[in-house]
Design a protein. Structure first.
Length: 144
């Protein structure tokens, strides 16, 4: 049974995440801080950590970096992280932290479920909703 740690200092966001991804085969553990996310991920050998990028005392980027550090010292197994971003500019932070995936708020349930499934299957997931739509040039203007 996959163990998933959900970390956010927002009870409403944690509730939304649980409502979106809860399945009988998942063991979801909610925490309200980064240090708690680290402790639970290590103690329960979490299969996935879903973390809000911005939390009051230790945000998702710090959680991700600390998980990577712990794994590099063989203190724990490598744990994939899905970061929840507030804005497009946070994509750089998610990539720099080494997180396996990110989604941008407001959360789309379908994208969130795809991201969870991809990370639990050993893959990665990048929310492409932040990318601007391509400009389509009418054929008549291409020859001008």
């Amino acid at each position: 049974m996959p163990v998933i740690v959900i970390a956010s200092d927002s009870a409403a966001l944690r509730k939304e995440l649980v409502a979106t991804i809860d399945r009988p085969e998942f063991d979801l553990i909610e925490v309200s801080s980064g240090p708690d996310a680290l402790a639970v991920a290590k103690a329960k050998e979490a299969d996935l950590v879903i973390s809000d990028l911005q939390m009051s005392n230790m945000g998702g980027m710090a959680v991700t970096l600390e998980l990577r550090l712990e794994a590099s010292y063989d203190e724990m197994l490598p744990t994939p992280v899905l970061l929840l971003l507030d804005r497009r500019a946070d994509v750089l932070l998610a990539r720099r932290s080494g997180a396996e995936g990110f989604v941008i708020k407001p959360l789309d349930p379908l994208r969130l479920r795809r991201a969870v499934d991809a990370l639990l299957d050993g893959g990665s997931y990048e929310d492409t909703s932040f990318q601007p739509s391509p400009v389509l040039v009418p054929e008549i203007l291409k020859g001008a």
